[in-house]
Every structure is written in C-alpha cells, then in structure tokens.
Design a protein around this ligand. Structure first.
Ligand code: ARG
Length: 702
C-alpha cells in the first residue's frame, strides 16, 4: 500500500438512476440494482484500499449521484476548487462536499455563481504534475479555467469535448504514470487533439477505439503502475501491459447506467504540488460590441454561434434591447478562447459580422511589411465582400477595391488602403495583420429584407411558378431603371442558356441595351455561334429539339470557322456569325470576356487561357456594376461573386438549388436566388420587359 496516497469515495447507499442528465442515463431510470451496485462498489473499494487509504464521505438521501466523488472538486496540495454543478439535479451535493473538505483541512475556493465546473471529472493533472488538463464543452465552462490556473497556481491546458457521450474529461481521457496518456481522440475537437499531440509524444499516447471507449476504459484509476477499470479489450490490455502497466478489471456495470465508472467513483485527495512550477492559462478574453437588429436579423445568434463553433465561450455582459420594431439593439459580449490563435480566428469572424471593440479598447491596425513578392506574412486579415475600414492615426479609413479573399495593403506611405490579391503583393507593401483596428460595415438588415432574400430557395428549394413570375417582374423593373439611368448590368452566362433556348432572349437583352458587359467561358460563345451558324446547340436542333446526325461535330466546325476568321468580332464582320448573343455584343460594342478552362475545345481565339489575365479582365468589367445577372454558370458566377463587393445587386438563376444557395448565401441583402430553368426565366424576363413600355407605368404596377 502506498500509505501517503488517499482517495475519497462515497458509499452507494442512496445511489440510483433518478433522472437523465447524460446520454447513458437515458432509458435507465430505476434500472440499476442497488445490491449489485453495492457489491461492485465494495469490490472497487477493496482494490483501491490495497494500494491507498480510502476516506469516505457520508451519502445523502435524494442526491444519488453523490457516489461520483470525482465531481466533488479539484484538489491540488491542500487547496480545492469546489465544483459548481451544471445541472440543478447535482447542485445539492455541493454543501456536503464543501463540508468534507473544510473538515479535512483544505482551503476551499468557490467559483462565481453560474460558472459551472465539475471538479476532477473535468480536470486531470498530468501524472508528473507538470500541468492540468481541463475539459470544457458540456459540464464545465471555459471561463472557469483561468480561476483554476490562478487558485492552484498551475498551467492549464483547455481541451474541448465534442461527443455528448463523453461529457466529462475523465470519460475519455486518462493521464497515466510515466507520461503515458490513455484517451479516445474522437471525443475532442481538432484543435484539442493537436494540443494533446504537442504535449504527449506518440510513443506515450495510447489512443483507444470506440468499443473500449464506450465501456469506459478511459475512466480508469491509475496508482503507480496499476490501472483499475471496468473492462478493456484484449488488445488494449496488451498495449497497457507493454507500456508497463498492470490492468485490474472490476465490473462497474451498474454505475455505467449513470454514465460513470471507476475514476468517477473516486477522488484522489492527495496531489503533490510542484513548487517550481507556476500558474498560467493560455486562455484569452476580449470584449466586443454588436449593434443592429440583433434579434430580428439573427445577428446575435450568428455571433454567439461563431464563438462556440470555433471552440470559444462567451458571456453577454449587457444587452440593450431596441423595443420598437424599427429600433436597433446593442450588446457587449465577453469572448473567451482557449488560446491566442483561436481568439484571432473568432475575432476575425466577429469582425466580419460587424463587431467592434468597446470604445476604450480601440487601437490602430497592425501593419507588417511584405518581404517576398506574392507572399504575405502569416496572420494577414482576409477580406470579405463587406465595406471595410481600418484604423490609422486614431481615425477609420475606408479600404478601396473591396473584394473577398484579399489582403488589405498600403502600397506607399500616405496611400489609401486597398484590397490586394496575394499574388499581386509587392515587396515593401504594408499589410494589415491580426484583428486589431479593423471593422466591417454591415447594413442593418431588417426583417423584411431578410425575407425577400430567402424567398426563392427556402423549403424544398424550388420556387413556385408564381413566385418566379413575381421575382421576374421585380428584376425587369430594376433592369429598366438601371438602363434608363445609364447604369451597368453585367451578365455571367453558361452554355445552358443556349441549350435551354434562352439564347435569343439574352441576345435581345443585349440588343436593347440591358447588358453592359458579358462574362462566360468558351462554351457559351461556341454554342451561341453554333446555333447561329448551324441551328444546333451541342448538336441538338434548337427548333425541333432533336439531335442532328453527326451534330456532335458541329461545335468543332464552328470553332474552326471562328479561328479562321481570327476572332468573334471578325467572324461577325465577315458575315459568318449573323445572329445571337455574341453577334449583338459585337454589333453594340458590348465588351465580353471569355475565361478558359481545362475542358475547353478549341479554344476560340477570344478565350483567355491565362487565368490570371482572365480574372483581371473580369475584375475590370465588373467594376461599377449595379447588378450582376448570373445565368446558370456555377464556375463563372462563383468567380464573379468573389470579386464583387457587397452592395451590388446579384441575381442568380440556376436549376440547381445548391448553386443558388451558395451564391445567395453571401449574407448580403442584395443577393437573390431563383431556382428555375434559365431558358424559361429569360423568356419571362423579356416578355415582362416588353410589357413595361415606360418606367412610369412600371411604378404604377408595383
Ligand atoms: N450521472 C453523473 C452525471 O451525469 C455521472 C458522473 C460521472 N462522473 C464523472 N466524473 N465522469 O453527472
């Protein structure tokens, strides 16, 4: 017996499954046998007594889970941090455990109310005492970890639990002697797994598979080289033996029904302090302010979700609710993250949602110099489609050339900040890094705006005919307005426009001045001219809708003819192409850009196979657009979406709801998706435009 070692246990006199607070308890209410539980507990008690002293705390009627003394608190030396149970069902245990610790000479620390922490169930000392592994996600709150670091003066490594079945750290994680670790990796998020792997070398990691995990193999008591657990597979026993451990199995099936086993039933109350080590927690906290229709637009939920999904935690410090439908709300939220890296990840996402630090914490943006052309320093801020401002000399300055997936750069001293793609970075550029002094301006979306945005791809994802008609009426009206005011409409179109018979309608839109630039790939141009020259689209007779014998060769003949002419424009001049979309573009001086791809036949002389050049062409043609009409081209539309700042009206038409959702999902109110056949859409659109003889009549209709 290791005489100085002590464990605390609680006899199972009042043990039962009385309620459900974890998935193991489900279906097990009053299903455990008290006699069998007593017998199993006694056996465990004996085994532990062979190796250590066991202290007992008096069981209490009506608090059946008190047998799980691991949850009493967390002990280090003569200090204990008392548990604050998450579920009210267990909160009744707190005073009894507190009393026991006080009577036994411990200094008891108590966490603030509403800050749950479930003791040694969720906090496990490295067996060499080097640091404390602390779990969060289900029962214990991340915000409790800095208290542990402070009160116990120890380094805390926070691990996030992801699987409800392994709701306490000790259900899936067991530090062993000699630096070994027995654990179930899928119970943790990717970041936590990385933290574990950084601290425990592979040769010391005993990762188990699900069958052992669900019989609570990790819920083991380790005393020197002995590992006491409910059950382990032969394979696991072999691995543990090889690592120098002696496995003692003792059935604890009655306690498994409540979601616990040997480790949960014990609390090691002698944990030596390593005086040379001191406390620290890599946990960071920051406060952010949010403003807008926080409830109505769901912004507050989005922000809180971002925090939790990234592995952080939050406390809402205050919430000023705007009471009228029109009034906005504001909130201050304290964000906690387990590390600096995760804090930056969370903060950059919150910035994208429009969050700001509180006024007293505002600082200038951080700049770093580009030292290799086309390559940025690592933690550069990645831009979004939203108008962005950076703080410089205590003033907010607007970023120019807004687009997503770029860096924010000052090219010369005194120049204005602008979005720049990584490949365009030049040595000496000053680039914004980190998350300080950056804000995005989000329009305060009202409930009504949100509803129109979602109208067409909700539910089943297919818009009803009437709804398509309504949105077509709206778009026709807008197109007319833009044309009459000398605005700019850019169309991106895929070959489906031609295959579905929409070619003539799009050609009409170009002819009548509704289109100011056209973007697409090789295929739309090929099939448009195939239809004009040969009457087919990919070999299908567009009048009769049937395949023409040998028609699959048509498009190559067209490509050949245009190549002979030298360009699409020359093919038009030479009378080879006499109708269609590209004919109208040439005739009316409408610029177009064709971006090549790996699958292109030919290509046409006009197709730009240098994709960087093609992207530049696209960017140039999109500039100043009031509306972008995306017609059945996933690739080109997504490309265009990435280049376009928020505020530009985007209409995406596709038969595939996934494409529409993807594009309308920019989270900006201006985008609208229509799930329908693009040929049909275009035909409705031109009909509608024909009806709108004057904008004044249109106004009356609305
Ligand atoms: N029924 C108890 C609960 O859900 C079981 C606690 C198990 N204890 C542990 N340290 N994992 O809280």
């Amino acid at each position: 017996m290791t005489s100085s070692l002590r464990f605390l246990m609680c006899p199972p006199d009042h043990y039962d499954v009385d309620y459900v607070i974890n998935p193991w308890m489900e279906g097990n209410i009053h299903k455990s046998s008290r006699d069998r539980a007593a017998e199993q507990w006694q056996k465990l008690h004996h085994i532990i007594q062979d190796h250590a002293i066991v202290d007992l705390v008096n069981p209490q009627v009506g608090i059946p889970d008190m047998v799980f003394t691991a949850n009493a608190g967390l002990v280090l030396g003569k200090t204990v941090v008392l548990s604050r149970f998450f579920h009210k069902e267990r909160q009744g245990e707190e005073p009894f455990f507190k009393q026991w610790f006080e009577e036994n000479g411990y200094t008891v620390y108590e966490l603030p109310k509403d800050l749950p922490f479930e003791g040694a169930g969720d906090a496990l000392l490295d067996r060499e005492g080097r640091w404390l592994w602390a779990g969060y996600g289900f029962r214990s709150e991340l915000d409790s970890h800095p208290y542990l670091a402070k009160w116990l003066d120890i380094e805390v490594v926070s691990l996030r639990l992801m699987d409800e079945r392994f709701y306490h750290l000790d259900t899936c994680f067991c530090p062993l002697n000699n630096g070994y670790l027995l654990y179930y990796p899928p119970a943790f998020d990717a970041y936590s797994n990385r933290m574990i792997e950084m601290r425990v070398p592979q040769s010391k990691r005993i990762a188990i598979a699900e069958p052992d995990a669900v019989t609570f193999a990790c819920n083991a008591v380790n005393i020197e080289n002995i590992v006491i657990l409910n059950q382990a597979s032969d394979d696991l026993k072999q691995r543990l033996t090889k690592a120098g451990f002696r496995v003692i199995e003792t059935p604890l099936t009655e306690f498994l029904k409540a979601g616990g086993a040997s480790k949960c039933l014990t609390l090691r109350v002698t944990e030596p302090v390593r005086v040379e080590l001191h406390g620290s927690a890599s946990i960071e906290s920051r406060t952010v302010r949010l403003e807008g229709h926080l409830l109505d637009s769901g912004l507050i939920n989005q922000a809180l979700d971002v925090i939790i999904e990234a592995g952080g935690s939050f406390q809402v410090l205050n919430f000023n609710l705007g009471e009228q439908r029109q009034s906005t709300s504001s909130a201050e939220v304290k964000v906690t993250a387990p590390s600096h890296d995760l804090m930056e990840t969370i903060m950059s996402q919150l910035i994208d949602l429009g969050a700001l630090p509180p006024p007293q914490e505002l600082c200038n943006c951080q700049l770093e110099t580009v030292v290799q052309a086309g390559v940025s320093p690592d933690d550069f801020y990645v831009t979004t489609i939203y108008p962005t401002e950076v703080r410089l000399d205590d003033r907010w300055v607007k970023v120019e050339k807004q687009r997503m997936d770029a860096a924010i750069v000052f090219t010369d001293k005194g120049s204005r900040p602008q979005c720049k793609l990584l490949r365009d970075l030049e040595v000496g550029d000053q680039l914004v890094v980190g998350v300080e002094g950056i804000r995005t301006i989000r329009k305060t979306e009202s409930r009504e705006q949100r509803n129109t945005q979602e109208f067409s791809f909700m539910g089943a994802g297919v818009s009803s005919e009437r709804r398509v008609e309504l949105v077509v009426e709206q778009i026709a009206w807008e197109l007319r307005q833009i044309r009459d005011q000398g605005g700019k409409v850019v169309v991106t179109a895929g070959p489906v426009v031609i295959h579905t018979g929409g070619g003539e309608h799009l050609a009409q839109l170009v002819r009548e001045g509704y289109v100011q630039a056209l973007l697409g790939g090789n295929a739309i141009a090929v099939h448009d001219m195939e239809q004009s020259i040969m009457g087919t689209s990919l070999g299908v007779d567009m009048k009769r809708g049937v395949s023409v014998r040998g028609g699959h060769r048509h498009h190559l003949k067209v490509i050949n003819a245009v190549r002979r002419s030298g360009s699409i424009a020359q093919a038009v001049e030479q009378g080879i192409v006499r109708s269609g979309i590209f004919y109208e573009c040439v005739r009316h001086n409408i610029p177009f850009s064709l971006a090549g791809s790996i699958r292109d036949d030919g290509p046409l002389p006009d197709t730009q196979m240098d994709l960087i050049k093609a992207q530049e062409d696209y960017t140039r043609l999109i500039e100043g657009a009031d509306m972008i009409l995306m017609l059945s081209s996933m690739l080109h539309s997504i490309g265009v979406g990435n280049m376009t700042p928020a505020g530009v009206r985007m209409v995406c038409v596709d038969i595939n709801p996934a494409v529409v959702t993807k594009l309308s999902d920019r989270g900006s109110v201006e985008s609208v998706g229509v799930v329908t056949d693009v040929g049909l859409f275009l035909s409705l659109l031109v009909q509608q435009l024909d009806k709108l003889t004057s904008p004044y009549q249109a106004v009356e209709r609305v």
